[in-house]
Design a protein around this ligand. Structure first.
Ligand code: 2AL
Length: 168
């Protein structure tokens, strides 16, 4: 996608570009309302500002779209394809798959939501270590952590849509 084309799209089509990055109405509308953008950097800055912070309700709504770590997204939606790409660095041998599965279960019991992490560029060992570390967080700091991860995923996806490779 190129920025002048994005500026010219009608609202529905422009929203359809944004929703696979984070399906959060307020975030999508904030970006649509700020058009036209002079540059991709301007768009990314706006997207970052509107994502900071996401509310708890927004986080919970968006999490419904993220498969568990270690579970390949099924289907042909843009979102599923993005998720498969992000999780492609995971080496899911039997032992790691089992460890992720029990870690996901423990996390969901403790925090009542899916464990979320920006998976792109990360391997299974790093993700597993983060999962175990975050199990020790208190609920408020963990909520802030989830918001941060959701923001990172949304911004990476958006940058990819506009052919940017952002710094991590
Ligand atoms: C994911 C996902 O699908 N992509 C990503 O970066 N993280 N899922 C997750 N539960 O963290």
């Amino acid at each position: 996608m190129d920025i002048s084309r994005f500026n010219a799209l009608d609202s529905n089509d422009a929203a359809a570009v944004l929703r696979p990055c984070a399906d959060i109405d307020r975030w999508v509308e904030a970006i649509l309302d700020a058009r036209p953008f002079a540059s991709v950097d301007g768009l990314l800055a706006c997207a970052q500002a509107a994502a900071n912070p996401f509310t708890e309700a927004e986080i919970d709504a968006a999490l419904a779209h993220h498969p568990r770590i270690g579970e390949r997204a099924v289907g042909s939606s843009d979102e599923a394809a993005l998720s498969r790409g992000e999780q492609s660095g995971l080496d899911l041998d039997e032992q790691i798959a089992a460890a992720l599965e029990s870690g996901n279960r423990a996390y969901e019991e403790r925090f009542a939501r899916v464990f979320l992490i920006r998976a792109a560029g990360r391997g299974s060992e790093e993700i597993l270590a983060e999962l175990r570390r975050r199990l020790g967080n208190d609920p408020a700091s963990e909520l802030a952590e989830v918001g941060k991860q959701l923001r990172a995923i949304a911004l990476l996806r958006l940058a990819a849509v506009f052919n940017r490779v952002p710094a991590r």
